[in-house]
Design a protein around this ligand. Structure first.
Ligand code: CA
Length: 624
């Protein structure tokens, strides 16, 4: 009976997101701490002078106060007293508006942070979740180039401009995944003129946008307004927005809100009392602790509601426990079940929590509708990040079996195919051009471009969810740097000037995206359907994969789809299966066209070296 009473009590808990509730007549504060003996809020004006407001301990370890009057424009911090001393000041763990560099929380009227027409902003229609093609980018990568055509370079507002939006629309992607744009610590927002670059995987305030991407980080409202303007513009262009979230660690412990006011609670500790370090960044958070789990659930829901975010990519998701991911999924479903969730099903080092309970890739099937990046298909196609060996697409026959598993979305761990994020590159490790270059010797650029297209073709015909690293379609290089997290813009920018020089590559990516989106057969959507419709035929060649999706009446415009992937330097000849309809060539020898390139043979077809041949079998037109 006691446990039932405790559960009922927990259900009535105040929300962590309500740390500061502003109205023109009063502001209410509420902070959680289970160890404080005293707590107080320090309210700052424009200067460093402040007024202290004591907080009173109420139910569920929430400490509250109400301050009368209009506090808009003021800032605050909170601190706690325990073990004989006051903690460092903190903006609170759920600061939604912050001062420059995020050291204080700001009291603002959120009603004034909405761009014009915000109430009418809606998520672009997503009638079929298998349509998803994600494109990952960093705000600076995408906009800093002098060839980008963007005026507000490196800013949220850059992605409200016509040139980048039209580019993404024409490419045919559905979702834009943006590297961290919550408030992070590695860029000094007071010296933005220095043009420093960082990926941003160093969270300071989880629930406020990063000031470096705003046109004025000194005004706490501006970054909020401009982040919303970006999302609104992308939505108008028909593109959904995925936020890269990094709940697994903080920039440091005592420098960040999580570590200051409630000592240790939000982190996992080693047996000797030191901070565990599954992130490899000096600490790991404790999603298994009730109040951090609650924090994560509320935080993603806050971004989904307040900013209309359409999806979340969880950094080092393997540090979080499965139950937290399931609760996040359930909470987002109440807002909109089409909000996407996926992440990295691994950690950097061993987390201090039982492996079987963690949100590791291996247990993806235990977290319905939460996806995980497939290092299986990545390593099989282009080689692992831990060596320089080639993969299937760059001439290594050892990858064949794993490419085949990746094409059917690794059912042994993914549960459903859309939980398998099919990809070969992302911001981490080498970009595709550089990865192929380090693993191929005595090979010319023409051949490397073939390998590039072949690898990406396999991603785009895989039954998993398609994920592309932005700029691969423009043959980006990072000059051989495999960890460009703080490399200069010159390394990280997308080379828009290549749009002409590598027009053929760009067109191929665009057509392959169109082919995927035109053919439901490449994205059957359920493990059951994949098992029923997919088969691999014998190619008499250990470097050729023959992937067939058949019996598609009522599912696709094609009766069947045939994909030949040739990972060798020799042309291959493949015998065609019998067909009732017409065979139409969609891709051949590095060219692709969703409308069809030509008719294909019913007897034998060829597959050019390091390339894909894709054929659709369309029904014969009815005779008059
Ligand atoms: Ca910042």
């Amino acid at each position: 009976m006691l446990s039932v009473a405790l559960v009922a009590c927990a259900a009535r808990q105040p929300k962590m997101e309500d740390e500061c509730l502003y109205s023109p007549s009063k502001t209410q504060f509420a902070f959680w701490s289970n160890v404080a003996e005293q707590m107080e809020v320090l309210i700052y004006g424009e200067t460093d002078s402040y007024e202290t407001v004591p907080l009173t301990k109420g139910a569920n370890d929430f400490w509250t106060a109400t301050v009368k009057g209009d506090l808009a424009g003021k800032f605050y911090t909170v601190r706690s007293f325990q073990n004989g001393e006051w903690s460092l000041e903190s903006p609170g763990i759920f600061a939604k508006a912050v001062s420059v560099n995020g050291q204080k929380a700001a009291i603002i009227d959120f009603a004034k942070t909405n761009p014009e027409g915000w109430d009418a902003d809606v998520r672009p229609a997503m009638p079929d979740m298998t349509d998803i093609v994600v494109y990952e980018t960093h705000l600076r990568d995408f906009t800093m180039s002098p060839y980008s055509g963007v005026e507000h370079k490196g800013k949220f507002l850059g992605l409200t401009e016509e040139a980048p939006l039209n580019y993404l629309k024409e490419l045919g992607i559905t979702h834009l995944q943006i590297l961290p744009f919550f408030d992070y610590g590695s860029i000094d927002e007071t010296t933005l003129g220095k043009n420093r670059y960082n990926w941003g995987y160093d969270p300071v305030n989880y629930n406020a946008p990063e000031g470096g991407y705003s046109t004025n980080p000194l005004d706490p409202s501006v970054r909020i307004l401009e982040a919303k303007q970006m999302i609104q513009a992308l939505h108008k262009a028909g593109i959904r927005v995925i936020m890269d979230v990094v709940y697994n660690h903080t920039y440091d412990v005592m420098g960040c809100a999580l570590g200051r006011v409630v000592p240790q609670y939000f982190y996992r500790l080693n047996e000797d009392g030191t901070y565990a370090n599954g992130s490899g960044c000096g600490n790991e958070t404790a999603s298994d602790h009730e109040m951090y789990r609650k924090f994560m659930v509320e935080s993603v829901c806050y971004w989904a509601r307040e900013y209309h975010i359409d999806g979340f990519r969880f950094d080092l998701m393997g540090i979080h426990d499965q139950e937290t991911m399931r609760q996040i999924r359930a909470a987002l479903d109440e807002i909109d079940p089409t909000i996407l969730t996926y992440g990295e099903g691994w950690a950097a080092m061993s987390p201090a929590y039982p492996y079987e309970e963690l949100a590791m890739k291996q247990w993806t099937y235990k977290m319905p509708r939460v996806g995980a990046f497939s290092d299986d298909i990545r390593n099989a196609l282009i080689g692992s990040p831990f060596d320089h060996d080639p993969g299937f697409a760059s001439g290594n026959p050892a990858g064949v079996k794993d490419v085949m598993r990746g094409l059917i979305a690794c059912p042994e761990w993914s549960g459903e195919p859309m939980q398998h994020v099919s990809y070969i590159t992302c911001h981490d490790n080498y970009c595709l051009r550089d990865r192929i270059e380090v693993s191929t010797k005595d090979v010319n650029e023409e051949t490397r471009l073939r390998m590039n297209k072949l690898a990406q073709t396999a991603v785009l015909v895989s039954q998993g969810m398609s994920f592309l690293y932005g700029g691969e379609e423009l043959y980006r290089t990072k000059q051989g740097i495999d960890n460009s997290y703080q490399s200069p813009d010159s390394i990280n920018i997308i080379p828009w000037e290549n749009l002409e020089k590598y027009a053929d590559l760009h067109e191929y990516y665009k057509q392959m995206i169109a082919i995927r989106r035109a053919h439901k057969g490449f994205r059957l959507g359920s493990a059951e359907a994949v098992q029923k419709h997919v088969e691999f035929l014998d190619a008499d060649n250990d470097q050729v994969i023959v992937y067939r999706i058949k019996d598609l009446e009522g599912i696709d415009t094609a009766k069947s789809l045939l994909v030949f992937l040739n990972g060798s330097a020799e042309e291959a000849t493949v015998t065609m299966p019998e067909a009732e309809g017409n065979y139409v060539l969609l891709a051949y020898d590095g060219h692709a066209n969703a409308e069809g390139l030509d008719f294909a043979s019913h007897e034998q077809e060829t597959v050019a070296p390091y390339s894909a041949t894709i054929i659709a079998e369309y029904p014969q037109p009815e005779e008059e």
